[in-house]
Every structure is written in C-alpha cells, then in structure tokens.
Write a protein of this length. Sequence first.
Lengths: 256, 264
Amino acid sequence: MPALLSLEGVEKTYWLAPNQTIAALGKIDLEVQDREFIAIVGPSGCGKTTMLKLISGILKPSKGRITIQGIPFKNSHRQLLGMVFQQPALLPWRTVLNNVLLPCEIKGQDLRKARALAKELLGLVGLKKFINRNPRELSYGMQQRVSICRALISDPKILLMDEPFAALDAITRFELTRLLLEIWSMKKNTVLFVTHNIQEAVFLADRVVVMTSRPGRIASIIDVPLPRPRKEEHLYEQSFSNCAKTIHQLLGLNAL
Amino acid sequence: MNNRWKRFCDNELAMTILSMSVVVVFWELLVYFFKIPQWLLPSPKAIISEMYRSAAYLWEHSLVTLGEIILGFALAFGGGLLLGIIIAFSPVLEKTLYKLLVATQAIPKVAIAPILVVWLGLGQLSKIALVFLLCFFPIMVGTVSGLQSTNRELLELADVMGANWFQSFLKIRFPAALPYLFNGLRVSVSLAVIGAIISEFVNADRGLGYSLLIATSQLKGPLTFSVVTILALLGIGLFSIVAWLEKLVCPWAKSTETESHPDN
C-alpha cells in the first residue's frame, strides 16, 4: 500500500532572469500516511509555502515527482485537497454560507446536501448565528474559521494549511488551534500544517518536518511523543519542551 | 434640543436642502435689491416660471440630448467592457492596442467634435459618437485594472478548487473587478453630459446644447438658465442612478472604510 502522499526528490527553481535562477526547494523526500497530522516548521524563505503550492498543484515541480495514493499529480487530485491560506481570502460579495459553498458550486456538487453540511461545519466552529452575514462584519479570527469550513466542505483527504493562524493574536490563535484539533479528531483528514511557531507545531502534529533555508531542505523529521487527544497540560510537560528544544536546535536558533 | 439639533446636522439630505435653500434665497434677494436685469442674471423665481412656461419646448430638447447621452453611454459601456475583458487577458493586446489607446487620450476629444460632424453628418450620430468616445476610455480602463488586480490568493484558491477559466472569471475575477468598473462608470456618466452638449454646440438643430446657444444669442436670460438648470439636474440624476446601481450591485465595495469590524 503506497503512502497517501509522497514527494520524491522534489525540487523547485524559480527563474529570476533568463540566466539567473533561484533554488526555492532543493530535493525534498517526504512520505505522509493517511490521517497523519504533519507540521512543517522553518525560517521564512525555506520553501514551506512553495512545498504546499507544489502539493496543491498551484505550482509544478522543476524536478522529482509528487504522488497521491501512488498516482502522479493530475487534475482530479484537486478533489482530494482543501487549502487554508494565511489570509482568510473570503469573497466579500458572498455571505458566510455562500463562501463555504463556493468549492461545491465549482465542483458542481448537489448544493442542497452541501448546504446542510456547510451549516453543520459553521455550527462546529461556532458561527451558526453568522451564516447569512457578510464576511466583512466578522472579526479576523471568525473569517479564518469560515475559510477553514470552506476547505473542509468537500471533505478533503488532505488539508493543506499555510500559516493559517499567523496573523491572529495569541488568544484567538490558541482557540483556533484547539478547534482545529477537535475538528481533526472527528474528521480525521490528513493535515499538512505550515507554521513558523515551534510550540504550535509540536502541540498539533504527529510529526514535525523541520526545514532549513536556501535552498529549502528537510533538516529532520521529529516524532512528537505526546498522546492524543492533546490537552493544554501537555504544553507544560517535559516531553513537550524536549521536543520543542530539539526543533529549536535543528533550526540553529541556539547558535545565536 | 441640543441633541435634536445634532441629529439634524448629521442628516445629509436635510443639510443639502438647507444649504441650497440658503443659496437660492440669497440669489433671489441679490437680484431684487441690486435690480439686476433678467438678461444678465434672472432670479430663481423667474427661472422657475420660465421652465413652467416653456415646459414643452424644454422637454422636447431634453429628450433629444438624453437620447444621445444614453445611446453613447450604452455603446461605450458595451464596447469598453468587452474590449477591457479582452485586453485584460491578452498580454499581446495589452502591450500594443492598450498602449495605443492610452496614447490617444492625449488628444482633447472635444477638439474632435467638428471632425465627427464632417465624418458622420449633422444628425445625432456625430453627437452619440462624441459621447461614446468620452465614455469609452474610463470604462475600459476600469475593466482592465479591475480584472488585473484580483487578489492572488483568491486565484490560487480557485486553482486548488479545480475551477476552470470560465468559472474563476465568473465567480471571482469579474465580481472582484466590479468596484473598478463602477469607478469608470461614474467618471463616464459625467463626461457623457459634457460630450452631448459640446457636440450640440458645434452643430445641431435640436437638443439642450442647441437651445442653450439660441437662448444666449437672443439674450433670453431666464431660458438660458432654465437649460443650465436642466443640464445640472440631468447630470446629478444620471450620476445618482449609477451610484445607486453601484450600491445595489456591489454593496461591499464602499463598506471597506466605513463598516469594517472593529477588530480588523
């Protein structure tokens, strides 16, 4: 049985000028199993976002190959993917509910059924009362919840999250982290979660992929020894801080 | 009492009516006390009674001018929108045709009005053509810049969702461009009135521009000012319609500054 998602020798080079290239991502090998929660940490410019964009098919790899369930990337793979960006990226001309329904409209799914699911998801993230509101009437954290619902509506096998909580304040951030874990424990999607926050990565993930920059490479993949479900107490345990410390050192932050 | 006064001051419509009434009363008194002759500056009362007396005449010419404005504007809207969409998605046309069209904007289009009469004759066609020329450019530019400034994340999102070109245009790009398009429409609709009048000045046998010329040449003060009043009302009316449509079609556009959530 092949891994759900696998990256084999994936590289990405950008062309700056006809004779000038920049290696954003150099030779990435990664295997992700079904229902795994993977966090990807690294300094800015290490190609974390590039990696997600390659997996989602927004970008094409310069070398190597990406397979999902053993099959190289093709358009139908998009059915299996959901994406959450750092910005909520909601459409201001649509209500909260219709924003969540957008992927279903595009995929031509049965909207009646989808609407019920959308309402359920929005209820799950505590936005039941806001389904007919305009996104602009919502706070930033609430908007991000909507965009998570939008990613989950098509029940994606793989959920790609690109620093989704980076622009939130610490309290809202923790609330959403907990909410994400709660949803994940129900839906059991595979999650790839890009962040530059070590604590967040350790708290969320089964495995943490630590990356270094220029060109982006995987320095190491760390198994998080904490049990599920994750609770706040885990934040203060020795194994948590040991794990965070290892990642810290791998990132070379102690050398300063 | 104080509170009520404040609420009155906050009422935009009330304040507009109040300030306009002050101007009208001041004008009336000015004409009365300084005994200004009618051919120089008629009083508001004289203008209103002239409008009443010549209602049929004014109505007839207003319809002519309004027709030119609406036809020219409608053609510019259709053409500008269509060409804008084509240019926005064609890098080749953007580098060639678009640059060329921008360059033609250096020509004062009012100067073309006499040429249009030579080309298209004395009838309404030359008037519609000038209105079209004036309105076309802002609409096209609005469309192009609107379609080209879609948020990159929204486009990537459409990509991840597997949207085809048509879907991402219809569901994301075009709605996102609407506020830009309406910017163009608001500029155009003001220019449309100017275009119609100018080309009627050049050569016409009907329309408000024509009747304005005749009235001034015969020193008919009240009639002249009646026409000017109608033109002003026409301009305000058309602009209001566009503004109203904008509120109806893209209510989110303006609310960015005024109604955003306090947390943002």
